[in-house]
Design a protein around this ligand. Structure first.
Ligand SMILES: [Fe+2]
Length: 302
């Protein structure tokens, strides 16, 4: 079994674990028959992964995410048709349970972004660093829940920091994997391109601004393209570390990891080169989809 397939299999096990833990809540919302049917198909998929050479890496990812989406839409459709908004909020399984975050599978092989980002980096970055953010976030959420139920908030500052640090790490890395692609690079099109031109003057001016922001992050952190629902413009921010967001109330669209673990093995201290090469793996259609979703958020303009 390839290591990539093994990581998908591990993800399947996590999904099934969460599913089993939530099964009683699920049964309130969705017909038992549909759920059993889905679980059977998911287990069958997981077993296929163990059969040597039965699935190519990319097929395994596609099948897994398709099944996962089927479960989500099964739950969404059912809860929309049969329940009021309040009931949905109360029963909603689609929200990640407290302490129930999982590492998303990498949507392409570990070596898929070569030569721009090495396999070794991707393996370490996704399997070790991102996993530790997931674990840390789950722990922090459970500790904060414990604090709430025991009404003992003595360590809340510590755990809130942990939740911010690991939560930001988990959410930003999840975006990061998806806004890159082996078929990336080039320029965006359509609405996103028009908005980039409107907000920054031109794509070149935007790219220069974003690259300069990334190269000049103090120590570790991120460069982040955001849509501001308040100003109704795109903006570029630097996040030093990542728990210290310089703005709130924004939706990350394009994020670039400039923590050393993202490039050091391959580029050593040449972050600039890494930043310049990284543009070759940007998945613009995914960034465009994120923008389409995010722009539906509208607040009163001030
Ligand atoms: Fe990272």
């Amino acid at each position: 079994m390839s290591e990539y397939i093994a990581s998908i299999k591990k993800w399947c096990e996590e999904v099934l674990k969460n599913y089993d833990e939530s099964i009683n809540t699920l049964r309130d919302n969705v017909s038992t028959e549909k759920l059993d049917e889905w679980k059977e198909r998911f287990i069958q998929f997981k077993e296929e992964l163990s059969v040597e050479e039965s699935l190519q890496d990319q097929d395994a990812y596609n099948r897994g995410s398709e099944l996962y989406e089927q479960l989500q839409s099964l739950l969404e459709n059912d809860s929309e048709s049969n329940h009021t908004a309040d009931e949905r909020a109360e029963h909603s399984w689609e929200t990640v349970p407290i302490g129930g975050h999982t590492l998303p599978p990498l949507p392409y092989r570990y070596d898929a972004l070569e030569p721009y980002i090495d396999e070794e980096i991707m393996r370490l970055h996704h399997d070790k660093h991102h996993q530790s953010y997931v674990d840390g976030l789950n722990k922090a959420e459970l500790e904060i829940q414990k604090a709430r139920s025991s009404n003992d908030f003595d360590l809340i500052k510590h755990w809130e920091r942990e939740a911010a640090f690991h939560g930001a790490g988990h959410y930003l890395h999840t975006i990061f994997w998806y806004i890159m692609s082996p078929n990336g690079g080039g320029q965006p099109s359509g609405d996103l391109m028009r908005e980039i031109n409107r907000s920054f003057g031109s794509f070149d001016q935007f790219k220069k601004h974003f690259s300069e922001a990334a190269k000049n992050v103090e120590a570790v952190g991120w460069a982040i393209l955001v849509w501001s629902p308040r100003s109704r413009r795109l903006e570029i921010l630097q996040a030093e570390k990542h728990q210290n967001l310089s703005q709130w109330d924004v939706v990350p669209l394009l994020v670039l990891d400039v923590w050393e673990h993202a490039y050091y093995l391959q580029y050593k201290n040449e972050r600039d080169k890494y930043v310049d090469n990284w543009w070759e793996v940007v998945n613009w259609p995914e960034v465009g989809r994120r923008y389409q979703q995010a722009k539906q958020l509208r607040w009163k303009a001030f």
